[in-house]
Design a protein around this ligand. Sequence first.
Ligand SMILES: [Zn+2]
Length: 345
Amino acid sequence: MNENQGAKLKVIDYHGFLSAEDYENMKLKLPDIMEIPAGLDSDRNTLQDYIIKIKNDKDNKFIRFYGLHTQEPYTTKMKDGEFVTGEDLETGRMYESLVRDGKLWKDEKWVEEFIQFIVKRTEFINKETGNDHGLKYIEVHPPKTDLLNDKPKNFFDYYEIFIRAIHQKLGEDVEIFMENSNGSDHLAFSKYKGINEYAKKMREIKDRTGLKSYIALDIPLLLKSHNLKCKERDCQYSKIEKEFINIFTNLRESRDLIRSVHLWGYNGGNPHNGDLNSLFYSNENRNNDEISKEAEDLKNALLKNLKELLDDGKERYLLLELNNSYAEQRENIIKDLRGNGFQIM
Ligand SMILES: [Zn+2]
């Protein structure tokens, strides 16, 4: 295998769910980066819990760095202050108003506040952990599609301001990822065409300004956007497989910008709660032990196509986005990846 080959994925500790022992069981070396949900300090941990983990593990090289995963927009259900806890209450409140009602990237004022939030939070974490260069990446989410072509300024103008400010204030090495959306609420960058449009714009911005930004490719969200699932026992294997080939071949033009991959599955219809065996069922009540041959084959066809997309020898981040420790499910995903030729770093 030459150096331009191989699909290499580096595991990121996701929200601190796993222990050193869990990693050993999966035959994985300990990750040195942890993703922190940055936005509203959420359900399980407060910001301080993540900080403690980074701090304690600093010396034995487990979790020295972190990535900030900012929040998706929300429109309903959450009440004022519901998820805002922890030490920097002020920035938490500020962020809550930023993500409410799906207003992401709506104007220049919004972007300025978003920058302020990220900078404040990063400074807070760095101060608490004693590591000024702990931040590796920031993950952000797409605007609504109508913001893409707004006049006189649109999303890309605001995004450029954002990237420039983050690099100036927090360092040029901090990578910025845009995660694809599932297209609901008219969110942009959901299907392969939208992702490729984003990549094209990012190349234009880079050529003009030198500013760089990347893609975090969430595979289950991509499948959802393209509506690729089995209908009960009727799997339409060949139709879905053809779609994989179409989607992943087309995504090759964005390959150089894909720096992070998200994988997760469902449990009883709940997202972020299962392994990849659950991806091709529409029946929410189906157990994983009832997996049909077609669904199993589709899972492998998906991973084969993903591997071909990423087979350029470059190392990318892998986030197993499960909302709990779920050691068995994580192990299954790693097994599936290894079984389909990925190199897990
Ligand atoms: Zn994701």
